[in-house]
Ligand binder design. Structure first.
Ligand SMILES: C[S@@+](CC[C@H](N)C(=O)[O-])C[C@H]1O[C@@H](n2cnc3c(N)ncnc32)[C@H](O)[C@@H]1O
Length: 173
């Protein structure tokens, strides 16, 4: 049965309705370099009801580009990767970066339940030091002429694959 969140109500009320439906995964963005892209990522992450969206770095971002979805999400900002790793200690961090990937996102081995998917910046990707500290590095196969996807697309692909594994045929609430 479809659930209709009371989106006309206050953000707090909507958050309360969504709280028990949330998944244990988080999305983290390292030095994003694209204020509008972050809004799109918040919107995508909201679709999957992630636990939180983590922004690493102090670059400004434009939450309204999420089409208002930022009001229903937990967005945490950490000043740098040191603070990030400190705050997520005890959780698995899966970096998403093609160059250093050791497994494909489509590898049939299961995804962990509680994982932070970490994405790199639009220009520089993830630095080696951050990849070294991550528990896994996964890649998205590319077809065509470019070397990488826009980070917002990469987030959508990873969350979509996570959702396929977790919910099978699909589920919208
Ligand atoms: C536009 S990419 C830029 C960095 C990339 N290393 C480059 O030099 O082209 C931005 C981010 O999107 C994600 N990404 C884009 N395409 C990817 C792919 N094919 N596999 C894994 N991650 C990808 C990664 O998190 C990456 O850090």
């Amino acid at each position: 049965m479809a659930l209709y969140p009371p989106i006309e109500e206050s953000a707090d009320e909507v958050r309360a309705v969504l709280a028990p439906l949330r998944n244990s995964i988080s999305v983290a963005l390292f030095a994003h370099e694209n204020a509008f892209s972050v809004g799109g990522i918040i919107r995508v992450a909201h679709s999957f009801l992630v636990r939180e969206i983590i922004i690493i770095g102090t670059e400004p971002y434009y939450p309204k580009a999420s089409m208002g979805m930022h009001r229903f999400e937990s967005i945490r900002v950490f000043r740098d990767d040191e603070q990030f790793f400190e705050q997520v200690r005890g959780r698995l961090v899966w970096a998403v970066e093609k160059e250093r990937a050791t497994r494909s996102v489509f590898d049939p081995r299961p995804f962990p339940t509680d994982v932070v998917f970490l994405f790199g910046s639009e220009r520089g990707g993830l630095p080696s030091a951050v990849l070294d500290r991550s528990d896994e590095v996964i890649g998205l196969p590319m077809y065509g002429v470019n070397n990488s996807f826009p980070v917002s697309v990469a987030v959508g692909m990873v969350l979509s694959e996570w959702g396929r594994r977790h919910y099978g045929a699909g589920l919208a609430v």
